[in-house]
Design a protein around this ligand. Structure first.
Ligand code: ATP
Length: 572
């Protein structure tokens, strides 16, 4: 980070920030607990929007309201343009606000941001827009904390490249903000959960589904003794919150036209479209909490007011394609990581769209019961998905705030890069109660290296010479088909179903018993064998596996409580 703004540790006031295309959030820590703070409008999810009226700058929710009356001087959905050439951006979401334009390849917006009536509009680069917006966030945070915020950890998507990161750093520095670190969004979400006082740091494989307004990003992460390794990621720009808004906009626009056949379609007029969008989003949010929600807009088209309601089942039916797209995205990234749903210990739902109950319940159907689905609708202990990123970033900020800027390594931190890890588990062969050979993992698969682990294995009951066999282990999925059942008469059921409405085919009540799938260990290649002589009756053997950064392995074993032992080294 040469040339970047740096602040002496003793002078820092730090925060965690998420800076999304749709919303941003600010968090800070008190007594090692992260809290998301509200800006002066009382918002914790602050729309990433700037709007100019008569030379005054509005941001957040106030700027969002101006999308209806002042769209041309309102800049929205710009974060993903940072660090990109004009020809590589997707301006789809900017049709109802200031349009991005090409100024010598750089993405810019032309807006009237000065007070004078006759002032020429300004052309402002996306970097400058980001700087102005970040300045407002920092201002709100400073007001709230009662002291000038100097530094932040900011979250970024896992596919942000170096140019995008550099552009974000520069934009933040220009807003007088030191960036302590950029951490990836899924790692921030995992950190927010793992830093809770009641959390047990355990080895686990976690899927983080980051579901926002314009993008859905999913990552598979291995968490090994508090170290996170990103195993695979997937990104989608189609199945997102904006797509859900659009579904409700179309639904209500059609209903409006049905009731008012001679009125103009509100979707064909910029203001009508903006009103539809604003209200559709509010209705969508209400449907995350209640079974019904209202929708009402004054003067939607041709001066005609419109009010209606929708129930959650209807909404879920209409949105099925989007929800299924999100399911496929999650399944694809697990496959990409070379894993199975049975390997996943935890699914963290993060981002605004993650509030949607149907998305979480669909995940409950994809994953086995042993997988924890962390979403507000499936787990009472879930953290608000809209706050995870900022909380994780604030916790990371408080961890590293005492380091000099040069000592915080931007590029090699596990939170940002995929680090080396072993793909097979390493363990030893033991006998189960039935006398069969089983694999006992010492270092689990996907552990970031270097790593050193020790386990104690019971020696045979009567003691004596024990042969310790070090092996690689991998898992396979054992499928047990259900016993075929005699067919029952289903006529009665079909008659019932005929009465029910269109949602019936979307229900979960699958009658067919499913095949049983379980994860079982295979004993793989033998790495080494070691003999321990004269283990005492009822004794235990300690086994240590150390995997070095170059993937060479040191194996040691000895009787617990005894002197000596055997040590061997395997080269990578
Ligand atoms: P992106 O960068 O993908 O545009 P973001 O990270 O900036 O997204 P988020 O706040 O995570 O923004 O997500 C915004 C989306 O979440 C919007 O589409 C918003 O309507 C939706 N959303 C927010 N709250 C809820 C809720 N309670 N129920 C359903 N959707 C919600």
């Amino acid at each position: 980070m040469s040339g970047a703004k740096s602040v002496a540790p003793e002078n820092r006031t730090v925060i965690g920030l998420t800076f999304g295309n749709s919303n941003s959030s600010i968090a800070y820590t008190v007594d090692d607990k992260a809290e998301v703070i509200a800006n002066e409008d009382g918002d914790r999810q602050i729309p990433t929007i700037l709007s100019y009226v008569d030379g005054d700058e509005y941001y957040g929710q106030q700027a969002k309201a101006f999308l209806i009356r002042n769209p041309n001087n309102t800049v929205a959905y710009f974060r993903d343009f940072l660090g990109k050439d004009f020809e590589h951006i997707d301006p789809t979401h900017n049709h109802a606000s200031a349009h991005p334009k090409d100024v010598d390849g750089a993405v810019s917006f032309t807006i009237k941001d000065k007070a004078e009536e006759d002032a020429e509009p300004s052309t402002v680069s996306v970097s400058e827009v980001a700087t102005r917006y970040l300045r407002r966030l920092v201002g709100s945070a400073s007001d709230y904390l009662g002291k000038k915020v100097t530094s932040a950890v900011i979250t970024v998507p896992t596919n942000f490249n170096d140019k995008q990161k550099a552009a974000l750093l520069a934009a933040a520095n220009a807003a007088d903000l030191e960036v302590l670190q950029l951490i990836s969004e899924p790692v921030a979400a995992a950190l927010a959960y793992d830093a809770r006082p009641e959390a047990q740091v355990e080895d686990k494989i976690v899927v983080v589904a980051e579901l926002g307004g314009t993008r859905s990003d999913v990552a598979v992460i291995a968490s090994r003794q508090g170290m996170y390794t990103v195993l695979a990621t997937a990104h989608d720009y189609e199945f997102n919150g904006v797509a859900l808004d659009k579904i409700l906009m179309d639904h209500f626009a059609k209903e409006f036209l049905k009731r008012n056949p001679s009125a103009k379609d509100p979707r064909e007029n910029a203001r009508g479209l903006a009103k539809l969008k604003f209200e559709a989003e509010a209705t969508k949010r209400a449907l995350s909490i209640g079974a019904n929600a209202s929708f009402s807009v004054e003067s939607l088209s041709d001066g005609i007011d419109f009010a209606s309601t929708i129930n959650r089942l209807r909404y879920e039916t209409l949105s099925r394609t989007v929800f299924e797209g999100i399911n496929r995205l999650v399944e694809s990234v697990i496959k990409k990581a070379g894993l199975d749903v049975l390997d996943i210990d935890e699914v963290i739902l993060s981002g605004g769209t993650a509030h949607t109950p149907r998305i979480a319940s669909n995940f409950s159907n994809i994953f086995p019961q042993t997988t924890r689905i962390l979403a507000p609708s499936t787990n009472p202990y879930a953290i608000n998905p809209s706050e995870l990123g900022a909380r994780g970033a604030a916790l990371q900020a408080s961890l590293i705030q005492d380091y000099e800027a040069d000592d915080i390594d931007q590029s090699t931190h596990a939170a940002v890069t995929t680090v080396a890890h072993i793909s097979n588990a390493i363990g030893v062969v033991s006998l189960n109660a039935a006398g069969e050979e089983i694999f006992v993992p010492v270092v689990p698969a996907e552990t970031a290296v270097p790593a050193k682990r020790t386990v104690h294995v019971a020696a045979p009951k009567d003691g004596g010479d024990v042969l310790v066999k070090f092996v690689e282990g991998n898992t396979h999925i054992k499928v047990t088909k259900p016993e075929p059942k005699p067919k029952e008469d289903k006529t009665a059921k079909v008659e019932d179903a005929a009465d029910s409405d269109e949602e019936s085919d979307f229900s979960d009540d699958e009658e067919e018993e499913e095949e049983k799938r379980e994860k079982v260990w295979n004993i793989g290649n033998t790495l080494a064998e070691a003999a321990i002589r004269n283990v005492k009756k009822g004794g235990k053997v300690e086994v240590t596996v150390q995997v070095n950064a170059d993937l060479s392995v040191i194996l040691t074993t000895r009787e617990v409580g005894a002197q000596g032992g055997v040590r061997g080294q395997l080269n990578a």
